[in-house]
Design a protein around this ligand. Sequence first.
Ligand SMILES: Cc1cc2nc3c(=O)[nH]c(=O)nc-3n(C[C@H](O)[C@H](O)[C@H](O)COP(=O)(O)OP(=O)(O)OC[C@H]3O[C@@H](n4cnc5c(N)ncnc54)[C@H](O)[C@@H]3O)c2cc1C
Length: 402
Amino acid sequence: MPYEERIAIIGAGPVGLTTALGLARRGVPCVVYEAGETIAREQRGAAFHPPTLEMLRSLGVESALMGMGLRIPVWQMRDRVDGVYAEFDLGLLADVTDFPFRYHLPQYYLSNVLLDELRRQPDVELRFGETLQSVETDGNSARLVLSTAAGQSETHAPWVVGADGARSTVRKTGGFTFDGFTWREKFLVTNVRGCLEDLGYTGTAYVSDPDAWAVVLKLYDESCDDLWRVAMPADPDTDDDALLTPENVQERLKEVLGTDKSFSLVYSGTYRVHQRVADTFVKGPILLAGDAAHINNPIGGFGLNGGVHDAFNLANRLADVWQGKAGPELLELYSRQRRTVALEVVQKNSIRNKNLMEERDPEVRRRNQKALRDISLDTEKSREYLMETSMISSIRRAEQVN
Ligand SMILES: Cc1cc2nc3c(=O)[nH]c(=O)nc-3n(C[C@H](O)[C@H](O)[C@H](O)COP(=O)(O)OP(=O)(O)OC[C@H]3O[C@@H](n4cnc5c(N)ncnc54)[C@H](O)[C@@H]3O)c2cc1C
């Protein structure tokens, strides 16, 4: 089938590739345009929640994924000074999901598994090294301008899915807004070798402190079985060269982890964090999904997971429209459902989580910690909290929107 008749997906990140596989499973032809030459091995999302694993199972990639990764059933809330104040065990949800754990696996492993599967699909074209320059509505279809090393070209698509990440060209040239705010501090992300289990950490921990809070995750890596991610705040007025000296990083690690121990540093970097949601996820033939549509801080692991949930919802609706089982108004339902979740659940909870971890008032901090400890000690309340934090409730919330 000529490219102009296929659904165009911009971006071969986890969201674009999940959308492509969702369409392929329904027999809908698509073409994926990706600016890079390969899947980037970046230090980004690394934790999957139960509903995401259920969706990936239904796309047929469960066994490839579950052969890697780490199952983390128990996660902790800690105070930097006083230690653990609450622990939550996803095993309590074993009657609700077949995946009662967080699954730690850097997102490029998922992208590579999806890519392997997509290469076997006759209806999918993968075009690496092609960068979208602009998109606009042209009658009932979308007009795309693309560039490659060989020059610029133009094509059309009946629908185009912008899965091209936080700086989305689809969003910017397609006329969407992206309101919200940027947090003042930078995030300093490190990968370290060294057994944090010896310091009492389970595979996921959120460490509260007004100045030195941290998110601690045990990472999967095929060549190293003792790798941990520690993400913490960094001064926005200090330049990266100074923030990223090994001495500074070691000092910050000792401070947030409350230890004199030095760590073997495998990676460190900084990035800016935003809270933004597009005004709509559909404008005529132009659709947005994943980071192109919404971005948030990483505390709670909602960004990557929420993007895969968009992709799953969107692929099914686009397939129905493509196959004539529904009109294009079904895509408005996609936008309403996923945008509601982005605003009511992901933005709200990620901002709440960050505020909780960095609360400055000792009295409020003590009250917050007691409230969470009380929840963790009550089975029914724990279940409710786990349903929310594992994003199971957000899938149910989306289904209620019509
Ligand atoms: C440093 C960092 C740390 C993070 N940590 C976490 C975390 O701990 N937990 C979590 O849940 N989330 C985290 N995230 C967010 C998570 O990585 C994203 O939510 C996720 O990658 C979104 O996937 P996506 O496919 O929408 O976008 P992306 O993964 O950004 O993929 C977009 C793709 O589009 C391609 N592209 C871009 N522009 C064009 C164009 N014009 N033409 C063609 N192709 C294009 C890009 O090359 C890329 O391959 C983090 C993000 C960053 C930056």
